[in-house]
Design a binder for this molecule. Structure first.
Ligand code: ATP
Length: 384
């Protein structure tokens, strides 16, 4: 196994906009790194440059301390696990796993030893005589990983391996990949556009937009301290609400009222004029189900609830609001970047399942003021 270091990596196709623009990421030995971002952000291109399927325009790609820019894919000793697993349908599980060893001219006894060891690790030992067509999606994935294990690859690379599966299977496979990666402790780089996969699988997540690294951090850090509007809107489901905001002392003026924020969180936002506040749906609550010691006039407001979607353990309430023209442009651009919808017109509030708020109500809503983010509308930077 080996660490992967990307140093100022650039990829240009023709003379257009760089598909990957000066990206530096160190993936530690044994780490699970996610590359995530919307379509076209450059994540697959970056992965393909690690594997050697794409030339590197500029920068250094290091694997295990060695520069690999000019090495052919087969000499990098990395294992790419594809979306369709690329198994041979006419070969048994045993022969599929054995394939790279046979190719390398290993003896029968060496093949047997390695295949049996890998299949034990992967819980495939009872299926060695089956063909891929008779396996579940999860088992097929494990065979593909088995093939990577017997090669003793330096790292696993995944390019959207679950995107063709239905939601239930995707969930199962996600857990399976996570469990296996931890058990094997193998360096892994995994590309996805799905923020749930990114958040649940990665030790760290690199968020990309238009070829540029926006933030590289643990899932928790991304959620709690997003660096900018883009990351804030990309991570979290349902997405963060963005509303216009003005800071006045320890208070922030929002379209639905004035809220008191902790002084340390609001310090750098002083005197900046009109800002964009970001508040996650789960950081609002029906005031009637919130502990009374949290409730003050300065953290509650009355809202006209338009629609309520009840899901059992929680409900989503929608509250229309009007954004002033000064921030419309920034919010429209953000909507485009995120493929989002109606950020400028409604607030999404996640309510506890015990809430009795219903459609048409004027309800008292509490907001967790410590969790409000304030963004500079010009740069998108998080000021809190
Ligand atoms: P997706 O999730 O849609 O696969 P991605 O984030 O993986 O997107 P890339 O496939 O890496 O994005 O593409 C990044 C950018 O580079 C895109 O603008 C794409 O159009 C461009 N691009 C990718 N491959 C080529 C190519 N062979 N020639 C020219 N441009 C390319």
């Amino acid at each position: 196994m080996a660490a992967i270091e990307m140093k100022n990596i650039v990829k240009r196709y023709g003379d257009g906009f760089p598909a990957v623009n000066d990206i530096s990421i160190d993936v530690a030995d044994g780490e699970f790194l996610i590359l995530v971002g919307p379509s076209g952000c450059g994540k697959s291109t970056l992965l393909r440059m690690i594997v050697g399927l794409e030339d590197i325009t500029d920068g250094d790609m290091m694997i295990g301390g060695k520069r690999v820019n000019d090495l052919a894919p087969r000499d990098r000793n990395l294992a790419m696990v594809f979306q369709n697993y690329a198994l041979y349908p006419h070969l048994t599980v045993y022969e599929n796993i054995a394939f790279p060893l046979r190719l390398a001219g290993a003896s029968d006894s060496e093949v047997d030893e390695k295949v049996r060891e890998a299949s034990k690790t992967l819980d495939l030992d009872e299926h060695l005589d089956r063909k891929p067509g008779n396996l579940s999606g999860g088992q097929r994935q494990r065979v593909a990983m088995g093939r990577a294990i017997v090669r003793e690859a330096e790292a696993f690379l995944f390019d959207e391996p679950l995107s063709n599966l239905d939601a239930k299977l995707r969930g199962q496979m996600r857990t399976e990949i996570s469990r296996l990666q931890k058990r094997l402790g193998i360096t892994t780089v995994y590309v996805t556009h799905d923020q749930t996969e990114a958040m649940t699988l990665g030790d760290r997540v690199a968020v990309l937009k238009r070829g540029i690294l926006q933030q590289l951090a643990s899932p928790r850090e991304l959620y709690e301290n997003p660096a900018n509007l883009f990351v804030a809107g990309f991570i979290g489901s349902p997405p963060m609400n963005f509303v216009p905001a003005k800071v006045d002392g320890d208070y922030v003026e929002l379209p639905f009222g004035k809220v008191r924020m902790p002084s340390d969180k609001i310090a750098t936002a002083q005197g900046k004029g009109l800002l964009i506040a970001g508040i996650r749906p789960e950081h609002f609550e029906d005031a009637s189900v919130v502990d009374s010691d949290k409730l003050t006039d300065e953290t509650t407001f009355d809202a006209q609830v338009d629609v309520v979607e009840w899901l059992g353990n929680e409900a989503y309430a929608y509250v229309p609001f009007e954004a002033p023209p000064e921030v419309q442009e920034q919010l429209t651009q953000l909507e485009k970047d995120l493929d989002g919808e109606s950020m400028r017109t409604q607030l999404v509030i996640s309510l506890d399942g015990a809430s009795r708020i219903s459609e048409g109500d004027t309800a008292t809503i509490w907001v967790d003021a410590r969790k409000i983010h304030l963004f500079d509308p010009a740069t998108g930077d998080n000021l809190t």
